[in-house]
Design a binder for this molecule. Sequence first.
Ligand code: PLP
Length: 341
Amino acid sequence: MLVDFRSDTATRPSAAMYAAMQSATLGDDCKHEDPSVTQLEQEVADLLGKETGLFFPSGTQSNCTALLTHCRSGDELITGETYHVYRYEGGGASAFGGISFRPLPLEPDGGLNPQAITAAVRPDEDTSPISRLLTLENTTDGKPVSLDGMGAMAQAARSAGLAVHLDGARILNAALALNTTPDQIASHADSVSMCLSKGLGAPVGTVLTGERDFIRLASRWRRKLGGGMRQAGLLAACGKVALQESKTNLPRDHQRTAHFGKALAELAANAGQGRLSISVTPTNMIFVETSRQDLDSLCAKAKEQNMLLSDKMPLRIVLHRDLTDAHTETLLSVFAEHYGV
Ligand SMILES: *Cc1c(COP(=O)(O)O)cnc(C)c1O
């Protein structure tokens, strides 16, 4: 099998997940009658300090549902210009809900400037759309945004009467890196979406969490978007195992990222001025800046070792549960050979 460094979505189900699927109690989740799904929804809600949750086939559909539930047609939301909801979700909230986006540039920590949020809120007049929602992301590009930062952004939104949605696809990575608990981060948002299919390692699944009334309305939007699934407990069973296994997997991914990042940084220092520069996040991602030519050659050499690297610039390397120390050592030797160090 190919060793995939492109994303933490590349993981395969663990043995425990296959076993959990086999023994899961199932029902019709369109009627909210699948106990495996209901249990997972509550487990994630409890973890994030919210009343209840709703299971989705993807993070994109979960985010889209949250935006559609918070906003009405013609409303505007404020978000980051490189955040997933704006950049990678096909403009779903605009297409299906008539919602417009007001994207702001990111601060170096991955958050938004609270004063810029305040300034982006539209005046209350007939000529303006209604500013309804602030949508944040944590982690973003592998960076955890601090609790203080989250608090300041949420405060700017709340004092202008906006609700706050958090795209917490990797919120457990954020909590670990910030040495805090997920509910502390989630406390700054009204609704939080968390992926089970990233570093947690489930094949499919995201849970949207919030207050009970919000989730009831979200469930209607999920149906409209085609996200109502029948015996979804098969997937939820994997999600529950993923949550459990993440307690050991995520800390190990972060440690391995730090270790591998350090080795790459030493290699960069020896490779000579400006040939490559390494930026290591405190979670599971490393960014490598190098020339187009060098990257193409690295991708080709990695492929010879059955390893997949992203061909986008800058190179993003993502560690996850299916990668081992032996894999990072092999990749390090690919870099060492290419740069001749
Ligand atoms: C992966 C991801 C999502 C959801 O993506 P899906 O592929 O739809 O599951 C949302 N936000 C962020 C920041 C992500 O990384």
